[in-house]
Design a protein around this ligand. Sequence first.
Ligand SMILES: CC(=O)SCCNC(=O)CCNC(=O)[C@H](O)C(C)(C)COP(=O)(O)OP(=O)(O)OC[C@H]1O[C@@H](n2cnc3c(N)ncnc32)[C@H](O)[C@@H]1OP(=O)(O)O
Ligand SMILES: CC(C)C(=O)C(=O)O
Length: 536
Amino acid sequence: MNQQNPTSPRATDDDRVAVDDHVRVFDTTLRDGEQAPGFSMNRSQKIRLAHALEELGVDVIEAGFPQASPDDFAAVAQIAGELRRSTVCGLSRCLPGDIETTARALEKAKSARIHLFLSTSPLHREHKLGMSKQQVIDTAVDAVRRARALCDDVEFSAEDALRTEHDFLAEIFSAVLDAGAVTLNAPDTVGYTTPTEVAELFAWLRANVRGAERAVFSAHCHDDLGLAVANSLAAIGAGARQVECTINGIGERAGNAALEEIVMALRVRAPHYAVDTRIDARRLYPTSRLLSRLTGQALPRNKAVVGENAFAHESGIHQHGMLKHRGTYEIMRAEDVGVPPSRLVLGKHSGRHALRQRLEELGYTPDEDRLGVIFDAFKQLADRKREIHDGDLEALALGRDPDQPGPWRIEQLHAASHLRGGASASLKLRHDDGREVSEAAIGDGPVDAVVRAVERATGEALPLTDFRILSASEGGDAQGQAVLVVDREQRQWCGHGWSTDIVEAAALAALDVANAIARDHARQTRKTPAAKVVNA
Ligand SMILES: CC(=O)SCCNC(=O)CCNC(=O)[C@H](O)C(C)(C)COP(=O)(O)OP(=O)(O)OC[C@H]1O[C@@H](n2cnc3c(N)ncnc32)[C@H](O)[C@@H]1OP(=O)(O)O
Ligand SMILES: CC(C)C(=O)C(=O)O
């Protein structure tokens, strides 16, 4: 491999290497990412993120695991119906029922993929599956054949591949390739491998799998030892042409390889790797921010590529160098990854044009009606705050979503804390059917009291498993984003609320969950046929 000229200051989109064997980006934020604690998303959030991933230029979007729950099925089906450029993929165990469910969820996709997985390592074969090597091969081959009968594009993942005997891995990959699989994925399921080891494995597989020249080899690395990106790049260096990754590196346990880091490593070190992705790097920052807002999980300031400090220079010696030549301390430009340029100051005297431009720079493209809703909310907020920051705009763009209707809305809210004596809250809610309900409750603190008051008013129990407040913007008058997670009916419900008042934000988040539960129950009732009247 070539070495990059160390004096070459930075890479831009124009420096891309012209190669036809591009690295396919398989994004699993909505599956492996979403299955990690703290990152669950509701359906409309998943749809929003899926569209952003398509805009980003992701080749394959793993939209979920349709057999996991009716909600997962519905999200995959809706994403499959709406996306037209990216391939939409569903994960499936090697079980006939899973395969049929996944194929049904993908029915409306323009381009669909069924992703089958089965463990291959000795540890998993013996202790998890209780299968012999031959049984694992037979199960995988049978599953690939079934999936191929329903879908042209089938990927097979050998779960825990990096702890599997090389010979056996080559044997099972050869067999599933013969059965019709197109992509062969060797996941480092537990984040155990090293760059040298992973490179050796991919080189070995390419030399020893029967029909390897027909296959796309894929890497899926976890970050348990902080090596996921390094291992993914090593796999690419050894011939992998698909990389499975997530926005911000979210995923099971310590996470997956971060998409933005892989994309920018390939681009900044273009001559070194000599392959590229088809990602529009200028969408990296907005997509990262969107995920962070949707899940209510703030990014560490020092996160590579998209963190707040990634392009900040505070120390004098660095600033001096930067003033002389940006290349001294920057290997890529903030604008290359989509950090919005000049900061127009937005406030109560700003108009729709400036608002639209800034929203677009942040990755939001509202239509006229939606812009009107955001503009009204913006003016209301600007009356309360001196300056409107990017975080405020993101909160407005996400917070009052017409796709997230009631039935309940807050009319009035009052909360008070009593020194050493707990807190109380009272509120008035209005239902879409015209009902008005007033309730009051006491709690350990104002947030607890307000959640109890929402429970009483809506009649929905809200057993909290997580509650967080994030600052959505800067300054003493910053908006807070409340994230509230409820475990009910064997599901996690996640609600969000934004306000400059954190108690109001908590009330809105609680109402977001209560509304989602109420809508879900209404849907179930509509689906249940009227009970038969049985005469005695
Ligand atoms: C490495 C990965 O990330 S794999 C994806 C992990 N993601 C998830 O598990 C999230 C979604 N999962 C779920 O919702 C549930 O686990 C379900 C609905 C899929 C299954 O639930 P349950 O039927 O209750 O099974 P449970 O999860 O307890 O156990 C898994 C079963 O699947 C079997 N299994 C696991 N992997 C596979 C596979 N690839 N192919 C076939 N069977 C498998 C296990 O042997 C076990 O079988 P058993 O019930 O006969 O003992
Ligand atoms: C399903 C597979 C690809 C997986 O997530 C893993 O092995 O980590």
